[in-house]
Design a protein. Structure first.
Length: 163
């Protein structure tokens, strides 16, 4: 499979995911409470629209390369390239697990656990100090920015609530 074919397939899959994501956000998350307030819908909607725009750019790039308008960077790049299915599947499982964990344990615990998993499994980081600092620091920073500064309520768990 060539890079153009991989990019076309990836672009179409990401466009479908972005479309479903954006539709679900609009259908399920209520808008802001005031005219100028950023509501709970803002960040997920921006994420879905950004993913859709980037997937369209990927499709345009694959189309232009297939038509010969734009040359690929490396001439031998297509021969040795392949999709790395195991890391992609691992990340898909981690994202799905984060959604389930977010509902059960809330934002604080779920985010720390997922950061530890991603660093351990995907990035192969084995330093407990790095893993601990990254998970606690990222979670605390996100919690302060979103919950305290912006006033956006983050998920509270049904099992544990540290919100």
């Amino acid at each position: 499979m060539t890079n153009q074919q991989q990019n076309t397939i990836l672009g179409l899959v990401l466009l479908a995911v972005a479309s479903v994501w954006t539709w679900l956000v609009i259908d399920t998350i209520p808008p802001g409470f005031g005219d100028g307030d950023i509501g709970p819908r803002a960040f997920p909607l921006i994420f879905g629209l950004s993913l859709g725009a980037l997937s369209i750019l990927l499709l345009i790039q694959a189309y232009l390369r297939a038509r010969g308008v734009e040359k690929p960077e490396g001439q031998g790049a297509e021969a040795g390239s392949s999709i790395h299915w195991i890391p992609a599947f691992t990340l898909l499982v981690e994202i799905s697990f984060y959604g389930v964990l977010l509902e059960k344990t809330g934002f604080v615990i779920a985010t720390m656990v997922i950061i530890v998993l991603v660093m351990w499994l995907n990035l192969k980081v084995r330093s407990p100090l790095k893993i601990g600092l990254m998970s606690v620091g990222t979670t605390l920073t996100c919690w302060i920015i979103f919950e305290k500064i912006l006033g956006i309520y983050l998920a509270n768990g049904t099992w544990i609530n540290l919100g």
